[in-house]
Design a protein around this ligand. Structure first.
Ligand code: HEM
Length: 326
């Protein structure tokens, strides 16, 4: 399944190009949220929740994915308070970012959410599941393009105990729910020996209520496919091979960047992890000469184990050839 494209100009201008050098290695790359980052084509990063031209299309895609596979929204029973906390933190955040189009108002016990961008309005009583069919995570996921994971902190660890993730890059919320932070990162090469995940967990466990940080992560995806969850692998896995000899390779291969926000929620003390996915086809990326050169260099130099983990092995040579030709 593919999503309607927002305009090329906007997509390039707001793309969070993630490479600060010609080589890439994993690190605990966190920085404070809301800082604007200038790029060779524009800028990104001034907000925590980002609505763009693909908003309605991506929300519709999420609705369809959830309808087919409800396990993309998974929540252990003890995460009820955290899920409400996430809703009551992020709806006001969204309304503050888009005040003309969205609002959250209290009327007695009930709160009224209005979103003119997609013509939706809902009222609910915070904490009362009966007042909100589907629950708080489902409502949240119907209003933001970001995927959400909520981590409980106990026994000296973080636990991925709830989440609504429809746009996973080759992992599965249904599979990971209930896992410790270190276990979630089990398949990632290098990060355990290098202490990257351990340091990240220590950092996250020290986050104070209201503190907001972010990081980027990247991989590549064939076609504009947001839903590349483990569950749908049979639909997209073979495209990695088929794209290599396809003349449409520069239009089909996308740099996939996740802007991930990390917030401590004030009521539940849960860590809220937001994953916003941006996809840019190589052909559009190459309109920015600095990006074209740098991405080719990063891809060519990337160690094999990292390329394998990211699923790039079959087509990275073809991608580098195209980026460096002409
Ligand atoms: C500072 C915080 C974090 C750091 C430094 C970090 C680091 C990483 C790295 C380096 C990867 C490999 C990505 C790739 O090569 O494509 C990864 C994957 C992943 N991370 Fe994190 N991460 C952080 C926070 C989180 C949080 C809060 C969650 C929430 C549960 C999370 C869930 C995942 C998942 C599910 C994967 C994919 C694992 C798989 O292949 O099954 N990360 N992370």
């Amino acid at each position: 399944m593919t999503t309607a494209l927002p305009g090329t100009a906007e997509r390039v201008a707001r793309f969070p190009f993630p490479f600060a050098a010609d080589t890439y290695r994993y690190s605990t790359n966190v920085e404070p949220a809301r800082r604007t980052v200038p790029t060779a084509a524009g800028s990104w990063g001034d907000r925590v929740l980002d609505v763009d031209a693909a908003y309605a299309a991506e929300l519709e895609l999420r609705r369809e994915v959830l309808q087919r596979d409800p396990t993309r929204c998974s929540q252990l029973p003890h995460m009820r308070v955290a899920a409400w906390d996430a809703l009551m933190t992020l709806l006001p955040e969204l309304a503050a970012t888009y005040p003309g189009a969205m609002s959250l108002q209290q009327r007695g016990d009930r709160w009224l959410w209005r979103n003119d961008l997609i013509g939706s309005s809902t009222s609910f009583v915070p904490g009362d599941e009966d007042s909100l069919p589907g629950g708080p995570l489902r409502l949240l996921g119907s209003q933001i393009q970001e995927d959400v994971v909520l981590l409980d902190q106990r026994e000296g660890s973080l636990w991925a105990d709830a989440g609504l993730v429809t746009f996973a890059a080759d992992w599965s919320m249904g599979f990971d729910v209930g896992m410790r932070f270190l276990e979630v990162h089990g398949p990632v090469p290098r990060v355990h020996e290098a202490g990257v995940v351990q340091r990240a967990e220590q950092f996250l466990m020290r986050l104070q209520p209201g503190e907001q940080y972010r990081r980027t992560n990247w991989t590549m995806t064939v076609d504009r496919r947001l839903d590349s969850s483990t569950e749908t692998y049979p639909e997209w896995g073979r495209d990695r091979r088929l794209v290599v000899d396809d003349p449409a390779l520069p239009d089909r291969l996308h740099l996939r960047v996740e802007v991930q926000h990390l917030l401590r929620l004030g009521v539940s003390n849960a860590v809220c992890f937001l994953i916003r996915t941006y996809l840019l086809p190589l052909r559009e990326l190459a309109t920015v000469p600095e990006w074209r050169r740098r991405f080719a260099a990063v891809l060519a130099e990337l160690p094999d184990d990292m390329a394998d983990y990211k699923g790039l092995t079959l087509y990275r040579g073809a991608a580098v050839d195209w980026l460096t030709a002409g």
